[in-house]
Design a protein around this ligand. Structure first.
Ligand code: SF4
Ligand code: SF4
Length: 183
């Protein structure tokens, strides 16, 4: 069993023991005020979203139906510290098939945004965001690659306005999780 799998198994066990202190009764209202998440309370747990989700097909722990139920129950801390919320590919299949028109993908996005607001995000996204802030590109482009482009007669890559980029990161508060250590 890989280390990641072991951690996931532990998380799974932890999730089975629910304490009253784990519940934040206001959380569902907080979420339902966010764009696209208004219908979170309409979910009646039919499971269609999970049955049709391409990620749930490949991951034993990613279950959109369960995430929605956790929101309804107010399990805020468990949701925001749960790495599975970063697995959604935003394909919108769940939204297309939900009989209650619940914006599942938007709810997952809201959970991610709240996590980032609290200064946390997976290291891979942190690196991508950090690259965007430093260079304007999600991936660092090596000098060798740029020379090769020149040799091939390809046009120069456009330069980002890094000053504006830094301002945007600061104004939106997106610099905060980047300054924190890796999660
Ligand atoms: S498909 Fe809709 S109603 Fe059914 S479990 Fe998923 S979110 Fe809830
Ligand atoms: S949007 Fe996310 S939760 Fe919905 S089906 Fe696609 S991967 Fe699954």
């Amino acid at each position: 069993m890989s280390k990641n799998k072991e951690t996931q198994e532990k998380e799974k066990t932890k999730e089975t023991v629910l304490e009253v202190s784990d519940i934040d009764p206001k959380f569902k209202y907080e979420i339902s005020k966010l764009p696209g998440a208004e219908k979170v309370m309409l979910c009646f747990q039919c499971g269609t979203c999970t049955a049709d989700c391409p990620i749930a097909r490949f991951d034993d722990f990613y279950r959109p139906r369960k995430l929605i139920r956790m929101v309804q129950l107010g399990l805020k801390d468990r949701l925001l510290s749960n790495e599975v919320i970063w697995l959604c590919s935003t394909c919108f299949t769940c939204i297309d098939h939900c009989p209650q028109d619940v914006g599942i993908a938007s709810i997952v996005r809201a959970l991610r945004n709240l996590t980032v607001k609290e200064g946390e995000m997976p290291v891979v996204y942190k690196e991508l965001a950090s690259n965007v802030r430093k260079t304007g590109y999600a991936y660092m482009i090596s000098g060798l690659r740029l020379k090769n482009r020149e040799k091939q007669g390809l046009p120069k890559l456009p330069k980002a306005n890094l000053e504006s980029m830094a301002k945007l990161f600061d104004i939106t508060g997106f610099s905060k999780p980047l300054e924190k250590g890796t999660t």
